[in-house]
Ligand binder design. Sequence first.
Ligand code: LLP
Length: 440
Amino acid sequence: MSNETTLNQPTAEGTRLGELWSILPEESSRIDGETGGELAIGGVSVTALAEQYGTPLHIVDEAGLRRQIRRFIDGLRERWPNSEVLYASKSFPAVGMYQLAHEEGLSIDVAGGGEIKLALAAGVDPARLHFHGNAKTDAELSIALEAGIGTIIVDNFDEIERLERLLTRPQNVLLRVIPGVEAETHASQATGGDKSKFGLPMDQAKVAIERMQAHPLIEFEGVHLHIGSQILNTHQFAQAVENISSTGTFATYDVGGGLGVKYTYTEEAPSVESYLDSIVAAAKAHLPAESKIMIEPGRSVIARAGVTLYRVVSVKRTGEVFVAIDGGLADQMDIALTQQRYEAVLANRIDEPWVESVQLVGRQCESGDLLVDGADFPEARVGDLVLMATTGAYAYTMSNNYNGALKPAIVFVQGGEARLVTRRETYDDLLATHAPALGH
Ligand code: LLP
């Protein structure tokens, strides 16, 4: 398209489009809309997407996502050929995403019966599933074992007892170990410190490993660690690899996920390549050369490829300028859980000078339902489209029905075409589980 502006091209005066491109999906562009410049993702204009699928809407740049997946798979393979990349599916557990991840050659990290069901429904080979969790129930382990799940990442002694009781055939197993790294991130996202609820400390891990190695049906493969999420200091990953090496010599070391991403104009995040350099350098120094290395990124796979589109419902000028949209906290839980900061843009009028700093608020009954504190906008009007960037990870998955909110739809876009992969929840869906109260 001749009227299209792509990444890094000159930008309209009075806007911060230059910075915006660095956090929008890779396949984002400016196209001529009815009232001037508007954003397109995967070649599809935001206006067309909002009209066809409604708002709030999660939009995924499929080409950018596939490219990012290949950066992980190819990048790790080049540096350490005996390797496997697992997609941490909790970050975006949509059936369309499981299908895409499987097609691209990722294995899948599942953290509960529900994620196993979604992955299997998507056609993922059960041998490529790795089952995590610190409180797996008998029922969930049975689902996993019946499906023929590839690997179980054991968390504790109770789980070993469960497996000893439930196993009827050989099962590959890893053990989650606490690596003793306090990740520099939000406290709720740090999972590798000595007080973590996940995994066993090194001394107990040794006892657990001996017990599992003695069991005829437990095929003990190695150890697993995960120091946390949204980690921007790559030395911490290297430190965890070094620490875990003292647990022993094994066939496999799964060093978890956690690579942080750039959410705001001013933030910087490490590249996939520098993250892999850091892990592999530590592996070369501390792990057996013939061992297999696994990583399990979630956020850094999907965050940038995903955006959320909203429509402006009200603009109120009191002491502040409040721009209220047709969604909120219910579909962006991280603003409250981890105080995550995002950037948003008025997506249907991107050429217009960004003249005021607004409070972008949602419709949930909390003052904490503040999506962006100080978004640079042109003068917003009712009906405008607001795009929140970098919302691919941990937004859809934690969306909920607070204040009767309906979980948004998900659309994948590529080469000017859109395809719906998850429909919006309906009021009937909302009522369905309450049928007993209604006598049916
Ligand atoms: N592996 C394990 C065992 C995990 O627990 C997680 C994330 C990952 C891998 C993927 O980590 P990532 O690459 O996505 O950072 N609810 C929080 C995020 C919690 C992350 C949970 N575990 C949030 O919304 O920020």
